[in-house]
Ligand binder design. Structure first.
Ligand SMILES: C[S@@+](CC[C@H](N)C(=O)[O-])C[C@H]1O[C@@H](n2cnc3c(N)ncnc32)[C@H](O)[C@@H]1O
Length: 325
């Protein structure tokens, strides 16, 4: 298996049985990417995670098709490396983020590719790992960095932002209506009891702020605040915006960009960017310039059968774009 440069992820033997991540909308992704036998192609799986989508692409394509798998999480890459051993001659794994997509591609001598996949958000492996601090249900440090070399953790934000900054962040990235109340409770806790360092500690404070017991009906009261922190810590929206630009510039004619998102803050920029790119008469539609079409009028969502098997699929939306000229 080819490994790029600075990355040589250790094989995490045995880990696959402990952590699993069922990829969503697999058939739909293969179809949107137009993966077929007898076609020579290079795909970029920019959020390779535990390698589920990449494995599916490699299984349905010819031996001359290769996939470059990128992720900002080295643990995920180690698991993908193990899973993809049967296809090792056809895969290159790279550590990096969407913002570095162009640089990574150029470093590999790639200037145009046949298909690009973004399967956004975090994996079940990340969510269920206590030390990563993504889950309000699992006791762990308030970390939430997809790449542990990032400079700021969720604890840094929770303990250093001013009340208004906290409220704004929770509102903007969590779309949480009760952001002011939650921010006020966090700041009061900081002043009276000291730093907030653990996931479940923060979840309790949020439950008290919104006067809802941690027993929940549909959505836990901490869901949106945790989403906001994760987005802020990892600059997820900045990453997405930059990643979309790079991806569009890397598509060959006939190439496709497929994006799977899990909430409206992810889906909206994708929808808007695709609409802009496909708008006939837009400045970029001049004869010498690239042209794109939206493959689906509405996003593709999971079937009931898939949601019954994999709850993560319930909020997944797939959008796809093709470069036609
Ligand atoms: C939903 S999981 C992908 C699962 C994968 N498709 C599979 O089948 O196993 C999302 C992955 O994307 C990675 N990721 C999220 N944002 C990223 C970014 N901006 N750059 C690179 N990787 C990112 C996460 O670390 C995580 O491993």
């Amino acid at each position: 298996m080819g490994y790029n440069n600075h990355l040589n992820p250790p094989l995490l033997r045995g880990d696959l049985s402990e952590v699993s991540h069922a990829p969503v909308l697999v058939e739909e992704t293969l179809s949107a990417l137009s993966c077929r036998k007898d076609v020579e192609a290079t795909y970029l799986d920019c959020t390779v995670g535990m390698g589920g989508h990449t494995e599916a692409i490699l299984k349905v394509t010819d031996p001359n098709v290769r996939v470059i798998g990128i992720d900002r999480d080295r643990d995920a890459l180690s698991i993908a490396k193990q899973r993809l051993i049967p296809f090792q001659d056809r895969v290159t794994l790279c550590h990096g983020s969407l913002k570095a997509l162009l640089e990574i591609a150029k470093g590999l001598g790639l200037f145009e590719v046949s298909g690009i996949l973004f399967d956004l958000g975090i994996s079940s492996m990340q969510l269920s790992s206590a030390k990563r601090g993504f889950s309000f249900q699992i006791l762990g440090p308030l970390d939430m960095r997809m790449d542990p070399s990032l400079p700021i953790t969720a604890a840094t934000l929770i303990n250093t932002l001013r009340e208004k900054e906290l409220a704004d962040m929770i509102y903007q990235y969590g779309e949480e209506q009760r952001s002011r109340k939650i921010a006020a409770f966090i700041v009061r806790h900081r002043e009276e009891k000291g730093e907030i360092t653990q996931t479940t500690q923060l979840a309790d404070i949020i439950c008290r702020a919104v006067r809802q017991k941690s027993k929940w009906t549909r959505t836990h009261p901490a869901t949106k605040t945790f989403q906001a922190l994760r987005i802020a810590v990892n600059d997820e929206l900045g990453e997405l915006e930059a990643g979309l630009s790079h991806a569009v510039s890397l598509l060959a004619v006939g190439g496709r960009l497929v994006v799977i998102s899990f909430h409206s803050l992810e889906d909206r920029p994708v929808k808007n960017r695709f609409r802009e790119l496909c708008h006939v008469g837009a400045p970029h539609a001049a004869p010498s310039v690239k042209k794109f079409i939206n493959l689906y009028k509405k996003p593709i969502i999971a079937t009931r059968e898939e949601v019954a098997k994999n709850l993560r699929a319930r909020s997944a939306k797939l959008r796809a774009l093709e470069r036609v000229a």
